[in-house]
Design a protein around this ligand. Sequence first.
Ligand SMILES: NC(=O)c1ccc[n+]([C@@H]2O[C@H](COP(=O)([O-])OP(=O)(O)OC[C@H]3O[C@@H](n4cnc5c(N)ncnc54)[C@H](OP(=O)(O)O)[C@@H]3O)[C@@H](O)[C@H]2O)c1
Length: 247
Amino acid sequence: MTRRAVVTGGGTGIGRAVARRLAAGGDEVTIVGRRSEVLKATAAELNTEFDSDRVGFATGDLADPDQVTELAAQLVAGGPIDVLVNNAGGNPNQPSTDLTGLADAYTDAFRINVITAVLLTEALLPDLSRPGASIVSVSSIAALRGAGPYGAAKAALHGWALGLASQLAPQGITVNVVAPGFVPATEFWATRLTPELEADRVAQIPLGRAGTPDQIAAAIAHLASPDAAWTTGQILQVNGGTLLGRG
Ligand SMILES: NC(=O)c1ccc[n+]([C@@H]2O[C@H](COP(=O)([O-])OP(=O)(O)OC[C@H]3O[C@@H](n4cnc5c(N)ncnc54)[C@H](OP(=O)(O)O)[C@@H]3O)[C@@H](O)[C@H]2O)c1
């Protein structure tokens, strides 16, 4: 049976790779983000690649409760959702020593990385397939080793996902998290990656190379697959061994 999947932030980077992988496996995928022209182009590229119309898109700001209510109504109009990938996120602001700036930086990081996942998941909950749906959220290695507001927000995603995993397990719904390491071929790094920074990041990775969106997508696709039907409440690190250090 064809599964129905929703991938947030599916127009670019890791989310695009997830949408591509799920569509390649025959899933009907709706990608979600704020920029309709980006989503439209990605959906068209993937549909051309797979000679299908199985990738659609829906536009909205997932940190805005009213927009999420509208989005959720659109998303469930075609029937229950089998796979929800909460991938939208980012690292919006650098911390400031000024308290107002600090408050803004933490609030923005939580809005983009936590509120986006919480609102859409809650809005879709009544319409997730039971049993059998899977929810996979994307955090970061920053949640495990600390990185200001961004790391704190991604760590909050872990606590939320663990609570949701025990809440939804009796209904046959799995909830897991993938925590990627350094993946430079994304918009996340587009405006701030210098050759020096890239070399420094790669030097910290025991496997000796940066990750790719496809490698993160493979882990997400596994957790969303029937092969992972007995896996829930897990945080899967995909980072080339970065947290181990170089020994
Ligand atoms: N790249 C890395 O090294 C790395 C490492 C660890 C974790 N991550 C995490 O991986 C996830 C994917 O990021 P990426 O690296 O693939 O970067 P990316 O290309 O910048 O993707 C982020 C996506 O999230 C969407 N998004 C952001 N805020 C949104 C909102 N309020 N509502 C709806 N959509 C929103 C963006 O689309 P619009 O701008 O059109 O809304 C964009 O498509 C993020 O959660 C990121 O924190 C990335």
